[in-house]
Ligand binder design. Structure first.
Ligand SMILES: C[C@@]1(CC(=O)O)C2=NC(=C\c3[nH]c(c(CCC(=O)O)c3CC(=O)O)Cc3[nH]c(c(CC(=O)O)c3CCC(=O)O)/C=C3\N/C(=C\2)[C@@H](CCC(=O)O)[C@]3(C)CC(=O)O)/[C@H]1CCC(=O)O
Ligand SMILES: NC(=O)c1ccc[n+]([C@@H]2O[C@H](COP(=O)([O-])OP(=O)(O)OC[C@H]3O[C@@H](n4cnc5c(N)ncnc54)[C@H](O)[C@@H]3O)[C@@H](O)[C@H]2O)c1
Length: 210
């Protein structure tokens, strides 16, 4: 497996099926601001409510050959093996990235378990060996990550710009961040001492080269 984070903003993405699994995958696609179309003869009630809010377009019908054309990415989440195979074959022909929920062998990509905190994205996957373990590891990591790292990324984005003004080369900046952003700083962030952590980094930037 090769990890990438796809940029889906407003890109046309298709979900085939309107059941529990489709619901989970749609939530993930919405979190990535994809432009979603769902093809399914019926939707779960919670999906109908989302459709009424305008969160995705719905083609109320069974999937038919050719429906996949023009999409950037597709997720096939039906309980019909023939549809899964048809969609996978068509996606391959049309060069559309596809995920078939219960068939890794038909997938171009698999969904990991996801933790999102602002711009921080942490994922867990098991190469399809145990989605239940991917989920439990995600839950364990959530406990560790809900300690202030995500808001600190906003501070880091500003500090990074400041460092760029002062530290001239990429190599020097790489070296600087590897030595400055150490375990002590992370510990301060976890303990809520954000101002202190920020101050320490700012001092290191201003004393660079002295
Ligand atoms: C991570 C997560 C993301 C998501 O779906 O958004 C995800 N599955 C999740 C949950 C989950 N899925 C299943 C269970 C029941 C327990 C169990 O079987 O373990 C649970 C646990 C639960 O729900 O409690 C059943 C299941 N899933 C697949 C098969 C088929 C097979 O294995 O052949 C079967 C058996 C069906 C059957 O028995 O008939 C296949 C896939 N599921 C994947 C992803 C991909 C590989 C990810 C990886 O690398 O690990 C892959 C290959 C394709 C894909 O769907 O992308 C999400 C957790 C989200 C979270 O909570 O954070
Ligand atoms: N529930 C899980 O956690 C889970 C996990 C992994 C895999 N699976 C497998 O994934 C599949 C979907 O699971 P689910 O729980 O969402 O099932 P579900 O029965 O809730 O949903 C299936 C959906 O597919 C739609 N559908 C059926 N034929 C269609 C067609 N021709 N075109 C478009 N839509 C069609 C149905 O209308 C329904 O909305 C099942 O095969 C299941 O075994 C389930």
């Amino acid at each position: 497996m090769y990890p990438v984070n796809l940029i889906l903003d407003d890109k046309p993405c298709l979900v085939i099926g309107g059941g529990e699994v489709a619901y989970r995958k749609i939530q993930g696609l919405l979190a990535a601001s994809a432009k979603i179309t769902v093809i399914a003869p019926e939707l779960l009630e919670k999906l109908s409510a989302m459709h009424e809010k305008g969160l995705f377009s719905w083609l109320k019908k069974p999937y038919k050959q050719g429906d996949i054309k023009g999409f950037f990415l597709a997720v096939c989440a039906t309980d019909d093996e023939n549809i899964n195979k048809l969609a996978a074959a068509e996606a391959r022909k049309e060069h559309i990235l596809i995920n078939v929920v219960d068939r890794l062998s038909l997938c171009d990509f698999a969904m990991p378990a996801v933790i999102r905190r602002g711009d921080l994205l942490v994922t867990s996957s098991t190469n399809g060996k145990s989605p239940a373990m991917a989920r439990e590891i995600r839950r364990e990591l959530e406990k560790f990550l809900d300690t202030g790292y995500a808001p600190f990324i906003e501070k880091m984005a500003v500090l990074r710009q400041e460092a760029m003004q002062v530290i001239p080369t990429f190599r020097q900046r790489e070296e600087f961040w590897r030595s400055t952003l150490d375990e002590n700083i992370l510990k301060m962030v976890r303990e809520g001492k954000v101002k202190e952590a920020e101050g320490k980094i700012r001092n290191a930037i201003s004393s660079f080269g002295t």
